[in-house]
Design a protein. Structure first.
Lengths: 210, 389
């Protein structure tokens, strides 16, 4: 056991050697696993992943972790807030975090989209490598998510431009190349994006029943 | 154009922020609003604290909790105006609904005492009630209502459940009942998992629900933008309180970028015409949610005091100190300074006896008079910060 009892008393910080129990609340396994791996690289810690968010308060209370990491936008955060407030000092599993000593680290964590709940009395020097590792992983995911969104948007735009080309080809009896050129010229003349022109054209064609 | 980033949580009472953006009230003030949809109330607080958003929609008791040191250490945050009153509903699970009906309760949806006494007579053992956040109007409403109906503290568990998860929580049996902002109570009715028992306004006629919260440093260093934002949001609220606009508002709010739900669902709360059960029973609740009328947006310091004393007592803090602290974070001074030019009616005082108005009442204002909305509690409770000890 990782012995949470000493850590629960704010004045009595646990020895450096003690393994920490870190809980990662993350429903997406593809996301949770790399975070857990990153945390293991950061030190000899016991990492648990909670994917099932129903009964989260009970699960966390039973595990009595030293640190809970959770996406800043995860609605279940509000459940942890309650837990942090409700627990008496002797049974407190997690205390409120935004770290009191290191504003830079706090900001970096919030920017990366991560929030951490930490047992009172956990030394900042123990928390920092954990958070650094988590922040790095969260950044990678933010980037991946942004790239995925961009790819998806590009794909949608290609589709709508294809449909607009088809409308033009049919309505004006021109070939694909001419239809594309016409779309591009209209967009440039109007100072608009091609996808927007295409969208308007497809919508108008739909209204006109074409 | 100056761009401000605003955080909101998808609920019908995000309407003033969304309408300020969509209908050009912000643009008229020279502002572009970047609306950031948030998943958790704690996220609103933390992102505001870190300066990642310029302003946030928050539950009115949240800045009180922060002022009392019950949240994380973040820069001081001030509530500059209320965004809404009401908009909440209390709901019970299907088993409780059945037992209440069997016991003869009529689900009239307008009598908090009858509903509370019926519930008290029906529940055996502890009653677990879901609320969206530890510091929430919902939490205060439920505590006040059930205590006044004789449900003792020891028999009541308030459990935090994020609003979109209320329906699931009640279906799974995590909670027996809940109090949540629309459209999430109607959502649970629609899913066949709950019946609505009361609107928040049946417990307290004008429960302040959401506020616009800024970092104090922002309000101090950027007064022009602060004022412009407040005026845009105030005008959006005035537009919203025209009954003819509520349907349009439901359409706008329901778009995929905002609530991403069928407009019919948001319309129920916004029009105050609610379907309360799986049988399709309808109830009309005039004034179910208010944004602006009757001085609704004025951030009375006495309301900060009321929430502060209650929160302080629960957390073992000194109520007098808590009251003074919380009141300094409800910025009636900024409200007066920035909304006077917009023609907002301004009451003569910044604190009052809460719960004193059984009906809307005409009172003296800075200029002429103004109507204050009724704010009585169902049990006649009132709170005077000046004589509270």
């Amino acid at each position: 056991m990782h012995g949470i009892a000493p850590a629960a008393m704010p004045v009595q910080a646990e020895p450096m050697s003690k393994r920490l129990l870190i809980v990662v609340v993350e429903p997406d396994p593809d996301r949770a696993q790399p975070i857990a791996d990153g945390l293991r690289d950061a030190g000899d810690h016991d990492i648990r992943i909670i994917a099932e968010q129903s009964g989260l308060a009970r699960q966390v209370a039973e595990l009595r972790p030293d640190v809970v990491l959770i996406d800043i936008a995860n609605p279940s955060r509000d459940v942890l807030e309650e837990l942090a407030l409700a627990s008496g000092p002797s049974e407190r599993p997690v205390a409120m975090f935004v770290d009191r000593s290191d504003e830079g680290l706090t900001r970096a964590a919030i920017e990366a989209g991560i929030s951490a709940y930490v047992v009172d009395g956990l030394r900042p020097e123990r928390l920092k490598p954990i958070l650094d590792a988590a922040i790095a992983r969260f950044h990678i995911f933010q980037q991946m998510r942004a790239e995925l969104d961009a790819t998806r948007a590009a794909l949608e735009e290609r589709k709508i431009i294809d449909r607009a080309k088809a409308v033009l080809m049919k309505a004006r009896g021109i070939d694909e190349e001419a239809a594309y050129a016409l779309l591009r010229k209209t967009a440039m003349d109007g100072g608009k994006r091609m996808a927007d022109i295409a969208q308007q054209l497809v919508m108008a064609a739909g209204l006109l029943g074409r | 154009m100056i761009t401000l980033r605003l955080g909101y949580v998808p609920l019908i009472d995000a309407a003033p922020l969304i309408v300020a953006h969509e209908l050009g009230f912000a643009a008229e003030e020279g502002l572009a609003l970047d609306l950031v949809r948030l998943g958790a109330w704690a996220q609103a607080r933390d992102m505001l604290g870190a300066g990642l958003i310029d302003a946030a929609q928050m539950l009115v008791p949240m800045p009180v909790g922060q002022a009392l040191g019950l949240g994380p250490t973040l820069p001081p945050m001030d509530l500059v105006m209320f965004l809404s009153h009401g908009g909440q509903a209390v709901a019970v699970n299907r088993a409780l609904e059945r037992r209440l009906r069997d016991a003869g309760h009529d689900f009239a949806f307008d009598n908090a005492r009858a509903a509370g006494m019926a519930l008290r007579g029906t529940v055996t053992g502890r009653l677990r009630v879901g609320v969206p956040f530890p510091f929430s109007t919902q939490s205060e409403l439920v505590r006040h209502w059930l205590a006044a109906c004789g449900v003792v503290h020891a028999d009541l568990d308030l459990v935090t459940v994020p609003p979109p998860m209320m329906a699931d929580a009640v279906a799974r049996g995590d909670v027996d009942a809940f109090c949540v902002g629309e459209p999430w109570a109607s959502f649970a009715v629609e899913r066949g998992q709950a019946a609505l028992l009361l609107p928040g306004t049946a417990i307290w006629a004008a429960p302040p629900e959401k506020g616009l919260v800024l970092l104090r440093s922002f309000a101090e260093t950027r007064p022009e933008e602060t004022g412009a934002l407040m005026r845009a949001v105030w005008r959006a609220g005035r537009w919203l309180d025209d009954p003819g606009h509520r349907g349009t508002a439901a359409e706008i709010l329901s778009r995929p970028a905002y609530l991403d739900l069928p407009p019919e669902l948001a319309e129920r709360g916004l029009t105050g015409r609610l379907t309360i059960s799986g049988r399709g029973e309808m109830r009309d609740v005039p004034g179910f949610v208010a944004f602006n009328a009757g001085g609704a947006s004025f951030p009375w310091k006495s309301l900060a005091a009321l929430f502060a004393t209650r929160i302080a007592l629960r957390h073992g803090l000194d109520p007098q100190l808590a009251m003074a602290r919380a009141m300094s974070h409800f910025r009636t001074d900024l409200y007066r300074r920035h909304l006077r030019p917009a023609g907002a009616p301004l009451p003569g005082a910044s604190q009052r006896v809460e719960g004193a108005l059984a009906q809307d009442r005409s009172v003296a204002a800075e200029r002429g008079g103004m109507i204050l909305r009724a704010d009585a509690f169902f049990d006649g409770f009132s709170f005077d910060p000046a004589s509270s000890n």
